[in-house]
Ligand binder design. Structure first.
Ligand SMILES: Cc1ncc(C[n+]2csc(CCOP(=O)(O)OP(=O)(O)O)c2C)c(N)n1
Ligand SMILES: [Mg+2]
Length: 596
């Protein structure tokens, strides 16, 4: 039998080194599925419960392996389901190719069943590249370009293939007019910075006396250079959420997370600095950066379309983080006065003590900070951690001390609920020899995490290291939003929208043959982690956490709240009291009544 377009497509994916495709079946891709059967499941087809989960799994896989993520879905509803996961890839700059079916060419435009205008549907999410293959000769150029564009622009792209085209005999583009042949592979440059710009940046940084650095995921792989620059400049380093695993939290001058989910030392450093150096981050919240007339600033970023925003930077240096920092280092003068950095280190040390104290405070029944605090020192050196959107993102950002080879991520820019569990699955499929820990709210579990545990049931026995731990913050509440409403809108909890039905998460896990551990006492938290971290299969930790422990720190809401919180904390009030008794209620006293 001749090779079909679908056979050729799978063969080309294999040639590109794609070993896994996350997907879900449907008659819009029947030709592809049949080819998969003929190809002996190469690349491996991983079946999710829902196409959105397949897309999240592809994003998680790509984030943790550094390779291309690929997902596949049928036409119409399957393609529509992919969207949220693809937007997650778009906003967090992750290379993912979506392969989707379409109705037969003879039916397109005929209001046919499951016919959706897919080119229009994907136009925004796959704005870097989306195309429909209508004849076999088109396939190589479209597929190869989709892959190269996704990798090069760090973005999702989409290839649409009508069902009948999948089953056509493949015929390659020829050496003729109106043919577009293609080739395999791509090598990217390491973008070297402009010499003059490096000199101007060094002049700004050398002139400062109190330097703050902010690093994001663009600084991944440049940890040694970041540390060297920070040392020369006597700087502290704050980390944007997606850059949490870029630099070890054991370094005494790393102030940790910044922003709404951030730490106090990061906030204080930004409020007190006279110079800012941002590397590989487009952290969005300007109000957590220095005031406009307070600091001179330099930004380093590989993407000219994202540089120069958020702050009036004096030098916007486009370049690879490692190459640019290496070029800067010989031009930087070591600050002889180390007092600024010593102050930051003292703040950081005090911060970790405060976190430990807060985690030890009694709650009803389990303080969520205790859950994270007990895990932190137990984290295996090669652990991968993901967190869902919700209160767990806050505790993930602030409470976990990353070190060594640890990796972690979440849906940073889209901040979508429901990514935690499928990210964890994508991590396990991509890195089956590493332990993976997922934090998810009960709302996120009910949204889709529970169903996706069925995917875990299907695949876990293939993993070299079977440990996948899903810690559920069981607070019967959409807690993050409940607190946002309290703190930002001054509104009480609206039970109809915020309360969740009670579900037995541990019991559901057990029913799937996984380990389920229900925890409702603080004293049992440590043993539960030990159990899960030595288990021979995936575990769901179903932990009754207290919804009255506010995830939002007092310095993290509106500008007025910053100054209010600062005033309170400067008076050496017990930070915990401020938080525990309800940041919102306390801070409300400082807020003028809102109008409109
Ligand atoms: C898809 C999606 N829907 C809604 C939201 C808004 N949202 C953000 S966090 C959150 C609550 C999450 O509740 P849960 O998963 O129970 O976690 P908790 O905050 O209670 O720990 C909501 C509704 C969102 N970010 N994404
Ligand atoms: Mg909840």
């Amino acid at each position: 039998m001749a090779s079909t377009v679908a056979d050729h497509l799978l063969g080309r994916l294999r040639e590109w080194g794609v070993d896994t495709v996350f997907g879900y079946a449907g008659d819009g891709i029947n030709g592809l599925l049949a080819a998969w059967g003929r190809a002996d499941d190469r690349p491996r087809f991983v079946q999710a419960r829902h196409e959105e989960m397949a897309a999240f799994e592809a994003v998680g896989y790509a984030k943790f392996t550094g390779r291309l993520g690929v997902c596949a879905a049928t036409s119409g509803p399957g393609a529509i389901h992919l969207l949220n996961g693809l937007y997650d890839a778009k906003l967090d700059h992750v290379p993912v190719v979506a392969i989707v079916g379409q109705t037969n060419r003879s039916a397109v435009g005929g209001a046919y069943q499951q016919e959706v205008d897919l080119l229009s549907l994907f136009k925004d999410v796959a704005s870097e590249y989306v195309q429909m293959v209508t004849v076999p000769e088109q396939l190589p150029a479209v597929l190869d370009r989709a892959i190269r564009t996704a990798l090069g622009r760090r973005a999702p792209s989409a290839v649409i293939i009508p069902a009948d085209v999948q089953e056509l005999d493949y015929s390659a583009p020829t050496h003729e007019f109106k043919m577009v042949p293609s080739s395999l592979g791509v090598d990217f440059p390491r973008l070297a910075p402009d010499d003059d710009a490096v000199r101007r940046a060094a002049a700004v940084l050398n002139a400062g006396t109190k330097v703050a650095m902010l690093v994001g995921s663009g600084a991944r792989g440049a940890a040694a250079e970041v540390a060297q620059v920070a040392d020369l400049l006597g700087a502290g380093v704050a980390k944007a959420l997606l850059g949490k695993d870029v630099l070890s939290d054991e370094l005494p001058w790393v102030t940790g997370a910044i922003g709404l989910l951030g730490t106090r030392p990061s906030y204080e450093m930004m409020m007190g600095c006279d110079t800012l150096l941002t590397v590989g981050s487009s952290f969005p919240y300007t109000q957590f950066l220095p005031a406009f007339d307070q600091a001179r600033a330099v930004q380093v970023d590989i993407d000219p379309s994202l540089i120069g925003m958020r702050y009036p930077y004096e030098v916007n240096l486009v370049g690879d983080a490692t190459a640019t920092l290496r070029a800067l280092i010989p031009l930087l003068e070591r600050k002889t006065d180390r007092s600024w950095r010593e102050g930051i280190q003292a703040d950081v040390a005090r911060w970790w003590e405060t976190m430990a104290k807060e985690a030890a405070v009694e709650a009803d029944p389990v303080n969520p900070m205790l859950l994270f605090g007990e895990l932190s020192p137990r984290l295996p050196d090669d652990a991968i951690v993901t967190a869902d959107s919700g209160s767990s993102a806050n505790w993930y950002a602030r409470m976990l001390r990353f070190r060594g080879r640890m990796r972690g991520t979440l849906s940073g820019n889209l901040a979508t609920m429901g990514a935690g569990v499928p990210y964890g699955i994508g991590a396990k499929i991509g890195c089956p020899d590493r332990p993976v820990i997922v934090f998810a709210g009960d709302g996120a579990m009910q949204m889709n995490g529970l169903a996706e545990l069925i995917t875990v049931k299907r695949y876990w026995s293939d993993w070299d290291d079977p440990r996948l731990i899903i810690a559920v913050l069981h607070n019967d509440d959409l807690n993050q939003v409940t607190w946002e409403m309290r703190a930002m809108a001054g509104a009480p909890k609206f039970v109809e929208s915020q309360s969740l039905p009670d579900v037995d998460y541990a019991g559901f896990a057990t029913s799937l043959g996984l380990i389920g551990i229900a925890v409702d006492k603080p004293d049992d938290v440590a043993a539960a982690w030990d159990h899960a971290l030595t288990a021979d299969r995936p575990t769901v930790l179903d932990v009754r956490t207290d919804p009255n422990v506010p995830p939002i720190p007092p310095h993290a809401t509106t500008d007025q709240m910053f100054s209010a919180a600062k005033a309170m904390l400067a008076g050496d009030e017990d930070l915990w009291e401020v938080m525990r008794r309800g940041v919102a209620t306390k801070l409300q006293e400082f807020l003028p009544h809102r109008s409109g």
